[in-house]
Design a protein around this ligand. Sequence first.
Ligand code: FAD
Length: 518
Amino acid sequence: MPRELQIQVAPEVAAQQHLLTEHVAKLMQVSPDEINHIAIVKRSIDARQKAVKINLKLAVYWKETYTETTIPLPDYKDVSNSKEVIVVGAGPAGLFAALQLIELGIKPIVIERGKDVQERRRDLKAINREHIVDEDSNYCFGEGGAGTYSDGKLYTRSKKRGDVDRILKLFVAFGAADNIMVEAHPHIGTNKLPKIIKSMREKIIEFGGEVLFDTRVTDILVKNNEIEGVVTQNNDVINAKKIILATGHSARDVFELLDRKKIFIEAKPFALGVRAEHPQTLIDSIQYSCDFRGDYLPPAPYSIVKQVNGRGMYSFCMCPGGVIAPCATSPGEVVTNGWSPSKRDQATANSGIVVELKLEDFKPFAKFGALAGMEFQKSIEQKAWHLAGETQRVPAQRMIDFTQSKVSADIPKTSYVPGTTSVELGQVFPVFITEVMRQGFVDFGKSMRGYLTNDAILHAPESRTSSPVRIPRDPYTLEHLQIKGLYPCGEGAGYAGGIISAAIDGEKCAIKCAEEFK
Ligand code: FAD
């Protein structure tokens, strides 16, 4: 058995194999030549002390020989002639559901309104450069879902380590770097994700599943409260007795369809605010208590939460060394989110800074019933679009100016490619949100000295944090409470938040479908 060690070392030691070997050899009182291999089992950064340290859990192969192993793909079966399940949406929930179905011998028919990862790039360029929003192909819609052109952070609040590890292993088997199994806060990066997503799709097709792009589900066929199939935008009917509905938190037309058909849905609280952008060097100096990060530490992330006026205000989807993306899914609205490349080597750090909402906040939209939260969200996105000049430019303000209700005299160039318009952001939000954020940023500045600065630019709104709607399901069978064969799944249905938890939920729904077929 390799010897397990838990050590804390300086960043340069953790990053350089020969220094690490010397350090370990000294601890074990052996010669460095006697160590065959050091495998890093877990790595995390401890920035609580003045000199940042790296925590490492190691497996040291000293007397044993080390043989490199790769993580294999599961034992997929040919499902060409098997029973069929429709999976609507090729985001993490839909893709992992489809792969799990194949593992269980069932044929998935994946229906995706957007384009494949390569084609999708063109539409992202059109949003960024020409301010054109394609309602079926954008940062939220298309192969891989909202997670494809993201930071690819793979952390989750899920406590079920086994479930999380299974998803991470699958990512590695499909081409992700194996350090995601080791890092305390793993991420993949926008440049690497599309290739991984593409190999997942190829595997689905290789083993007999179907993947339909440019195909939007416009109706769900139900008879006697049982699923019969779906209708697509060209009026094609695809029949199946089971549908995994994994359409994400931005598919407003799907929520409207369910509401119209009186398929039970309910409003769900979410969070909303701005996306803040700081120079990465500033965040590094705050987080690492240093003037210069050096060569051996990654661009620093941050995570912060405060209570203001009885509401949580917190950082969300923080992207070190990243870029702010235009994430609208319809013309006439502005939405922000962030991504970063695998090296996180861009000059700025961005993060959603959002305020917790409560169901009673949606009262002005009560006439929309279960869609009240969605209409509240939409109204803010549309206001932002209007205030910034009715293109994909985003309303922006310097941070201290915002806390003092002062329109910024100028806005420097930020990473948000379509551009910014100087707007007093209090105009974008209802007063209660603005008040929480004004106080919250002052409080953040007290906890993170240097954070409250006019060098930080706020972009508004950050509004797609989680679904504004829940599609209720039975906690055991995972079927919709009313409709047999309908499996509400992933983030859009209200059962996940982020790539990993959406993938876990996709697998869970697939397993329940398979059990029903037995
Ligand atoms: P989605 O990924 O939203 O997928 C739903 C799919 O359904 C889409 O592809 C959509 O086109 C399709 N669809 C919708 N309606 C229809 C229809 N009617 N017919 C057919 N298809 C339809 N999470 C993280 O964990 N880490 C990150 O670093 C991270 N960064 C992000 C960065 C950005 C820019 C964005 C937008 C999101 C980010 N997220 C991140 C959130 C993450 O992407 C989502 O939590 C996750 O993708 C949800 O998975 P899902 O499968 O439930 O839904």
